[in-house]
Design a protein around this ligand. Structure first.
Ligand code: TEU
Length: 561
């Protein structure tokens, strides 16, 4: 039996700036979320994860926090937050916050003090270093290490006032906090307890496997043609990461009940994830790994590599097997950093969009783990048809475009092709509520254009259509809540070498489920024996045994001895 409530839960991620704009400024807000909680209750999810709503200059859309204990006026205030939390709880929805503590905003008072002088008491709250030996501070190449930032450019910013550089793995307005300093850790834990005392139900922890750096900070591997090195060996899954997370558990979570913690961990391995999520290690409950959303990456970041299904199945098979006995998987296709999966791994044409969206949801959700639904995924929302770089708002897209075209000499058209397919703005276009102007998201021009397909793809239309992606997701979530084999069953991958079909079984005691997804636009026969006469539990199209129509998915159930 499951002893931890989140094993049978489904989490819904809200990106507040794109969810619903109640005050008519073109930006989503907390009141807009309150107004749409019934949508989530009807969907049947159990937890809401809010991307950051804290005070922020919005350099990285709120992942640059300048006050961890206040709400940015863009979204509302603490009183409205409390109203949202109460309204969510009244519907049986838990609410978790985004915890962004690998870095703060450069406008946070902690950093303002730290940068004010070399002997300020908070100098060591951040990573400050002099210019590389023998080089003149402030000149190109004098950065303390050759690391690149995730958003283009170097990972070090020169501060003329004190003649030193500070580290920022992301934007220069996101200085990395120095977790080696116990005062930093104590301040973070105090803030976390403040939110839990206020009633929140846990945290999604932003790049929490970057907080421990390998000392001393050293150069990374420079790849031919790239302006800056990949420094990730110096900060991914660092030497004190487990120690810090266990200390956080002891200082913040110990003794509290009913919480959920999920660590976002780019580059985490299966072995590390077992250590992060094994309950007896008291670190986090689950992690977001990235192998499956890097499955269509190749050696050149500015080329599109088509998905190989056997590669994807190999990845999921490894994670399912690795965390079968100890630890726990999160399950996601989408979030605010990923393109829309129906456009990426499905077929977003009018003919196959709904079928492939349902197939992708089924194949993901019936794995062992906790599924995360990203806003609009339950509608089958698609990527946006970006025409030029001026259509983008994301600091990552703009920074990477600049570095690739201006420094690395890549063709703008090639870079645009990749950004159009993979860029984060694809996930950040406004939620499509109905077919009124702006998709019902706002009464004014939104901060980012609404997808022009909103008249066809919107919550109102899908609520009225029993065959919609929305109602299918409701059945999928209901199945998780009702079928113990989905939560606690073991996992066996089938047809590992088949490039068209994704098939696996889940088994708990005498109940066995067979899940099949056709990842192609062709009709394919699934060569799987022994399931004739099994009960059909779910399908996105009329079922015909194991003959899989284009983008079809089926779930069968049988009793086994
Ligand atoms: O993302 C971490 C991260 O790895 C992202 O850079 C992601 O891999 C990349 O954008 C994919 O293209 C977290 C947040 O989710 C992201 O929104 C923030 O920009 C980033 O950290 C810095 O806080």
């Amino acid at each position: 039996m499951t002893d931890l409530w989140w094993k049978s839960a489904v989490v819904y991620q809200i990106y507040p700036r794109s969810f619903a704009d109640a005050d008519g400024d073109g930006m989503g807000d907390l009141r807009g979320i309150i107004d749409h909680l019934d949508h989530l209750a009807e969907l049947g999810v159990d937890v809401i994860w809010l991307s950051p709503i804290h005070k922020s200059p919005q350099d990285d859309n709120g992942y640059d926090i300048s006050d961890y204990q206040d709400i940015d006026p863009l979204f509302g205030d603490l009183a409205t937050f409390d109203e949202l939390m109460t309204a969510a709880h009244s519907r049986g929805l838990k609410l978790i916050m985004d915890l962004v503590v690998n870095h703060s905003s450069d406008e946070h008072p902690w950093f303002v003090e730290s940068r004010s002088s070399k002997d300020n008491p908070k100098r060591d709250w951040y990573w400050w270093r002099p210019a590389r030996d023998g080089m003149e501070a402030g000149t190109p190449g004098a950065e303390p290490t050759n690391w690149g930032s995730a958003f283009g450019g170097p990972a070090w910013e020169y501060d003329k006032e004190t003649g030193e550089y500070y580290l920022h793995l992301f934007s220069p307005k996101q200085p990395d906090l120095n977790w080696e300093n116990p005062e930093v850790r104590a301040a973070v834990y105090e803030m976390m307890r403040w939110w839990l005392d206020r009633g929140v139900d846990g945290f999604r922890m932003d790049v929490i496997n970057m907080i421990s750096k390998v000392l001393p900070l050293e150069d990374g591997r420079l790849t031919a043609g790239q302006a800056y090195a990949d420094g990730s060996a110096g900060y991914i899954n660092g030497p004190r990461n487990h120690e810090f997370l266990h200390e956080m558990y002891e200082q913040v979570f110990a003794g509290r009940e009913g919480l959920l913690t999920v660590g976002e961990m780019p580059g985490v391995t299966v072995d590390e994830a077992i250590r992060f999520t094994a309950q007896d290690r008291q670190e986090v409950d689950m992690v977001f790994q990235f192998d499956h959303v890097w499955a269509d990456r190749g050696g050149d970041p500015w080329r599109i590599f088509p998905l190989q299904l056997t590669v994807l199945k190999g990845i999921f098979g490894r994670w399912q097997a690795g965390l079968a006995e100890e630890g726990w998987n999160s399950l996601y296709w989408n979030n605010h950093d990923q393109p829309r999966v129906v456009s990426r791994y499905g077929d977003d044409s009018p003919e196959f969009r709904a079928a492939s969206a349902k197939m992708l949801g089924t194949v993901l959700h019936l794995h062992r783990g906790t599924p995360y639904v990203y806003q609009g995924e339950e509608l089958g929302m698609t990527n946006y048809p970006f025409a030029s770089i001026t259509d983008f708002r994301d600091i990552e897209a703009l920074g990477q475009f600049r570095q690739a075209t201006e420094i690395e000499g890549r063709e703008a058209a090639d870079v645009l092709t990749v950004l159009r397919a993979r860029g984060r703005d694809n996930a950040r276009t406004p939620m499509q509520w109905d077919d009124s102007p702006n998709g019902g998201f706002s009464t004014t021009t939104p901060w980012l254009a609404v997808n022009p397909n909103y008249p066809q793809i919107n919550a109102k239309a899908e609520r009225a259509d029993p065959d919609s992606v929305f109602h299918y997701y409701r059945q999928l979530i209901k199945l998780r809540h009702e079928e113990p084999a989905v939560v606690d069953g073991d996992f066996t991958m089938l047809l590992p070498n088949d490039e068209r079909l994704y098939a696996y079984t889940r088994r708990l005691n005498e109940t066995e489920l067979l899940v099949i997804g056709n990842f192609t636009g062709e009709t394919v026969e699934a060569e799987i024996d022994g399931w004739a006469g099994a009960e059909l539990v779910l399908s996105n199209l009329p079922a015909n045994g194991l003959t899989m129509a284009p983008w079809q998915t089926v779930v069968y159930r049988r009793a086994t001895t």
